[in-house]
Write a protein that binds this ligand. Sequence first.
Ligand SMILES: [Zn+2]
Length: 302
Amino acid sequence: MIFVFFIAIAGTVTAADTQNSNAEITKVKDTSTVSSISNNTTKSSSVTTNGSAKKNYTIKIINRKTGGNVLKNWRIKKNIPNSAICREVVEAAKKGTPMVIFGNGKGPRVMMVAGIHPNELPTQIAAMKLINVLNGKTIKGTIYIIPFVAPSSTAKNIRRFNGRNLNHISYVKGSPSNIVVRMAKKYNVKYLGDFHCTNTYDAYPLGQNVILTHPGGSKLARYIGKYARSPVHSVMQYRGLLTTVTTRNGIRSVICETKSTDGTIFPGSINASIRHMKGFLKFFKRFFNLKIHGFNFNGINY
Ligand SMILES: [Zn+2]
């Protein structure tokens, strides 16, 4: 949910200010084209196989100040798969922010982020379900998934980390959200999806499943919107947003908002978030030859 950002950044806010902020989220009409992301020349990360023919991922701890036991949040514990890879991610999250890298280290290179607002639960659960399904699959392309940006706050089911809204401080060097940006740059990620939840009572166009796009990300946003039957709107580039900072670093970015009030799981919201994530991935299958052997790009229910 990003709407509170308007209020927080404005300090004293009036109804008119709020209206103005709303007005700045408008229907997307732009028709920008998508540049190739397949031919990157930057050194790719090596994805180790760990001696196992089936292991197709590595897990990195990208920030060691954020660790926590996410299973202390009973809604997380109840809803994430109890599989070996998920247990491994949970263990990693005790040490800090985990990043799971799937694929062969080559393009297309895309990143999916959940939990920058740690009390937005369905997206973090959806990310874990996706990780579980991608495990063991042969992938042509590289997918970086950060399921919990701040595990210690996810554990407590709170919105902030050390009192800060992480989606306000992505430009602040060393902040957990800024480290996500740094990783996206380091690994030459070309597209990023930031997965959020919006309160059921949030003002239009929030309060519903909705895709928000920044300049350059609109083709992807429209594709996800069509796939998931979620409306698409553009969002002002407030400087603290993760997707503002990634956009300014040349990474085409979208925000996918799933309707579910903070700290809770709205009925159907986990699958709604999975639908956004699958739409995100299917875009790269359609336009950039991402291949995930045996992966059902259309199935939703896990
Ligand atoms: Zn959010």
